[in-house]
Design a protein around this ligand. Structure first.
Ligand code: NAD
Length: 332
């Protein structure tokens, strides 16, 4: 594929999107980022802002994007492929405002798909989530495990996958949907109440604040490092790998929150006290994925182990971000 091709990354100023932008820019593509900066930051993409192959468009996927698309095409020519990350990503917000979640996560996705269909976009990548699975699904979860979401966020991700499949069957759209497990790494915002457990715990360890573990800490998660995730995205986006498939992206390694906390405190050289609070409603007990489909279709082989990833994330926690966090931490 022509490396000068024009790729659109929605949500490209966010955590996972910006790492994907880095890979695409390093590989020589023309990249447009469409983002409303609601949870993303220009600092995540500041390294590219003045680059002649880079274009930032401040726009909202819940609104008419005709002018935004036209501007991108004027700048870099037709959009060949789209990586769609832009989303309302907080499960609790989706519970408080299911209609808003539909507007961003479902209608916003349909808007991107409509553009893809009418403009012969070669492939769409969609950022889906392990939140589509039934909480009671036996672990490890595979793509065949029962999808029965326990939040509007999970419902909208699952419904968006059905839209992808529908567009593929009716209009010949080509897509890959990756269901991410718990992604972690630099640029994950620890200030958000809804952020990943790792970014919150790391920040609290560095600042010596207490760490709160909900439940007994023996609940498990599958933590996958963000650059490994971005590599899987780029492989699916730029090739025929995983065409019209839905694929779990994790490590296949089940880690308890207690073990995670221990490693974080050790790496940070922190004496933060650890407190336990009762389990939160809706938190699942065990979470880990099978790797078979990711290996078979994407040759996916996560390279960064948890400890190494934590080390790199710790090095990133910048000074200005080491102010007290609003919440006391989360278990997942
Ligand atoms: N982080 C994880 O562990 C995880 C797990 C499963 C799925 N995902 C999915 O991956 C994608 C990226 O997540 P992330 O962790 O990087 O989150 P993030 O919040 O850092 O990124 C989302 C980006 O989308 C932008 N955005 C939000 N609403 C928008 C709108 N209406 N219009 C335009 N832009 C908008 C935000 O400003 C932000 O830059 C999301 O679709 C999320 O649901 C993430």
């Amino acid at each position: 594929m022509n490396t000068k091709a024009h790729i659109l990354v929605t949500g490209g100023a966010g955590f996972i999107g910006s790492h994907t932008v880095d890979l695409l820019m390093h590989a020589g593509y023309r990249v447009s980022v469409l983002d409303n900066l609601s949870t993303g930051y220009l600092t995540n993409i500041e390294q590219w802002i003045d680059h002649p192959r880079f274009n930032f468009v401040d726009a909202d996927i819940t609104t008419d994007l005709t002018a935004a698309f036209a501007g991108m095409v004027r700048r870099f020519g037709r959009i060949e492929r789209i990586a769609h990350f832009a989303a309302q990503t907080a499960v609790p917000i989706s519970m408080d405002d299911p209609v808003g979640d539909i507007q961003t996560n479902l209608a916003g996705t349909a808007r991107i798909l409509e553009y893809a269909r009418h403009n012969k976009v070669a492939k769409v990548f969609f950022a889906s989530s392990s939140a589509v699975y039934d909480d009671d699904a036996p672990v490890p979860v595979s793509e065949e495990s029962r999808a029965r979401p326990t939040s509007p966020y999970g419902i909208d991700k699952l419904a968006a996958e059905f839209y992808l499949d529908y567009y593929a069957r009716l209009y010949g759209l080509t897509f890959t949907a990756l269901r991410f497990m718990n992604v972690f790494g630099p640029r994950q915002d620890p200030k958000s109440w809804y952020s990943g457990v790792i970014s919150i715990f790391l920040e609290r360890a560095v600042t010596g604040q207490p760490i709160t573990i909900f439940d007994d800490g023996n609940q498990t998660r599958d933590f996958v490092y963000v650059t490994d995730v971005a590599e899987a995205v780029v492989r699916a986006l730029l090739s025929d790998a995983g065409n019209n498939a839905i694929i779990n992206i994790g490590t296949g390694v089940e880690v308890t929150i207690n073990a995670l906390t221990h490693t974080i405190l050790e790496l940070a050289g922190s004496a933060s006290p650890v407190r336990h609070e009762p389990a939160r409603a809706g938190d699942i007990r065990r979470s880990v994925t099978t790797m078979d489909r990711a290996v078979a279709l994407l040759n996916f082989n996560p390279r960064v182990e948890l400890r190494e990833g934590l080390h790199a994330t710790l090095a990133w926690v910048p000074q200005e971000k080491t102010k007290p966090v609003a919440g006391s931490g989360a278990a997942a």
